[in-house]
Design a binder for this molecule. Sequence first.
Ligand code: HEC
Ligand code: HEC
Length: 394
Amino acid sequence: MKKLTYLFVLLAAVLLTPACKSDFTYYYYDEEQTKVLAEYLNLPELPDDYTVTFPSHLSSAGLFTRAVERDKAVLGRVLFYDKKLSKDGTVSCATCHKQDLAFSDNKAFSDGVYDRSTTRNSFALGSVANFSAYYGTDLNGSNAIRFFWDNRAETAQDQSRGSMTNANEMDMSMHDITTTVASQPYYAPLFAKAFGTTEVTEAKVLEAVANFVNAMGSFQSKFDQAANSSQVSFSGNFGNVVFNQDFTGFTAAENRGKKLYNDNCSSCHSGNMGRPVLALANNGLELNPTDKGVGAISGNSNEDGSFKVPTLRNVVLTAPYMHDGRFQTLEEVIEFYNTGIQNHPNLHSFLKVNGQAKKMNFSAQDKSDLMAFLNTLTDDHLLADKKFSDPFKQ
Ligand code: HEC
Ligand code: HEC
């Protein structure tokens, strides 16, 4: 009997030993996958968590985010930074959407393949609280905010296809994209985790990029902290929630700027920096716009010279400004709204007084207060967040 027990203990010890070895690790990617990934990419052993959780001031205003699928976002991150997905191998999404600039570019027109340039200013992907909350007709129906300055794309997938196939941007066909992706060894493990198969299709590539873009979020600025911690009342609705009272945690100048912003700008750009209130507007940049914007897509002349209303998160980082990058500084933008609005027939009524283009009559103090307020919209957290950074080994 004793002998049997002894044997049993010995057997158990032998069987258990490998599992107790000190180098026991849990591999999310198996050893072969880990080896391939590590050769090309700096990815953490366990995939990053891409869950987006809104601060209370946005969720209590009725904004909610869609679930992001982690492994698809991880794959999307690699696709977003991969220059091989362009015709001349020099351009990735990140070329024109740089993390340290809130995913915008510092040029009026961005450089695409073969030194071609885009015809509009790059959109700051970090100018919104989160795309998935209110962008995309697939989730938000006719209420959705669409993509691009002229609202021409309905979903993040449509938008990505547009960028990949645009001759001035990446100039690929979707067939080129899928064959290029299929021939890079590092994609097989990422596809296996994201889709349960290594087979590359156009739909999967676009879905992965969309998950990454939809996971980007800017909701941790000084403005958000103040909005969350100030127990102040707000008025307005889902569309335009305006914080009427001063924020504790704001300087006097920032609070004065907030009031000026609420009175003159929030009716379009949104008071809680949530969803833009209007999908599009003519803000009176010029009387005879050469770029007709939304009107050129819809064919409706009442929409000529109208462009998407951007939200202004991280706006101090996203110069130059407007769809064509015409203003180099925010001071120039404020001066434009102060004295330069043109009375185009389609000028939005929010920028008119008695049928004429509004003059805002800002004093020098007002202008610097507005600047102080716009500075509270910078989200350093997004700019430094590693899970949105370039994963490629240089
Ligand atoms: C060569 C520069 C360039 C490249 C490369 C590029 N973009 Fe863009 N992106 C732009 C420009 C310019 C716009 C605005 C164009 C317009 O609205 O007509 C834009 C707009 C967008 C928008 C719309 C944002 C909004 O609020 O409507 C998204 C999202 C976006 N790009 C994501 C991507 C992704 C994902 C990729 C890679 C697949 C990519 N971009 C590649 C320059 C670029
Ligand atoms: C009628 C709606 C409306 C009002 C009111 C309004 N804007 Fe705008 N704003 C727009 C539209 C539309 C655009 C995009 C125009 C374009 O690029 O052609 C824009 C663009 C901007 C941009 C450029 C953003 C970028 O990323 O290029 C800034 C900055 C801006 N507005 C600030 C303000 C400020 C500050 C106020 C108040 C003093 C204000 N806006 C009032 C509609 C409005």
